[in-house]
Ligand binder design. Structure first.
Ligand code: SAH
Length: 236
């Protein structure tokens, strides 16, 4: 069974959106993964089809109701569905490349997209939703986060990317950010390609790329650099 994503959302028209293009779009057409949406509003019970209400205890905004969301989740995924149930949430565990790999190896994911102030805590608890964040900023809804996550996951599904080697050298895969790239023309506005890259000396090229990757990581992401150095120490 191919990786199967089910998205619970108030905006199903946002899907596949960008995921229908390029690499992920071709993979979707080929059946290398499947995407399904569920309109949470279809589970509303009143005549206005409302899905949200004011927060208990007062305060600004609206909260997605537990009963309606629970019905949507139960309809999308029976209890024995092996797929992880994720809730897009700025409070969640940060989504990383390691998480993308783990999900890409699994059966898929059920992804709940929040809106408004978020969702009633009781549905998070009772339906065992795992909160996942795509970064330290607030989006207006979970949909773009879900698309971002799926884009990262889908390219790792076997057969989606032609050249898996290009995935292995990528930023975050080695603990370092990637080295700079160059292509033709050999001279651009007076700037030339670093000589070592046109030398044909593969050992030297590898050393140069490695030292550039280390420099960029040190400069841009001291947190990654410290983790990388700690890892190297472990190996010694
Ligand atoms: N009041 C909430 C933010 C709600 S934003 C808080 O302060 O934590 C509305 C919805 O957008 C959320 O329920 C979530 O589904 C989604 N969202 C916003 N920012 C996100 C992020 N960084 N990562 C994942 N989902 C996010």
């Amino acid at each position: 069974m191919a990786f199967h994503a089910t998205i619970l959302t108030l905006y199903p028209d946002m899907f596949p959106g960008p995921l229908g293009q390029s690499l992920s779009g071709r993979a979707l057409d080929k059946g290398l993964w499947q995407l399904q949406t569920s309109q949470v509003r279809d589970f509303a019970t009143d005549k206005h089809r409302s899905v949200d209400d004011t927060p208990a205890g007062g305060g600004a905004g609206m909260v997605l109701r537990a009963d309606i969301l629970a019905k949507a989740i139960d309809a999308a995924a029976p209890e024995d569905d092996p797929r992880p149930r994720l809730l897009m949430s700025p409070r969640g565990r940060p989504f990383t490349q390691a998480h993308a790999h783990k999900l890409a190896e699994g059966p898929g994911a059920i992804i709940v997209c929040g809106r408004f102030e978020g969702v009633d805590q009781r549905v998070i608890d009772s339906r065992k939703l795992e909160e996942v964040s795509i970064g330290d900023y607030i989006l207006s809804g979970g949909e773009i986060g879900a698309i971002t996550m799926l884009d990262a996951i889908v390219r790792l599904i076997p057969g989606v990317m032609g050249n898996m080697e290009s995935a292995e050298a990528e930023s975050f895969e080695t603990g370092l950010l990637e080295h700079p790239h160059y292509t033709r023309p050999s001279e651009f506005e007076g700037q030339v390609i670093p000589e070592v890259l046109t030398s044909g000396n593969h050992k030297k090229i590898h050393e140069w790329r490695m030292s550039e990757a280390e420099r960029i990581t040190r400069e841009n992401r001291p947190d990654l650099w410290d983790a990388y150095m700690a890892d190297e120490d472990d190996v010694d």
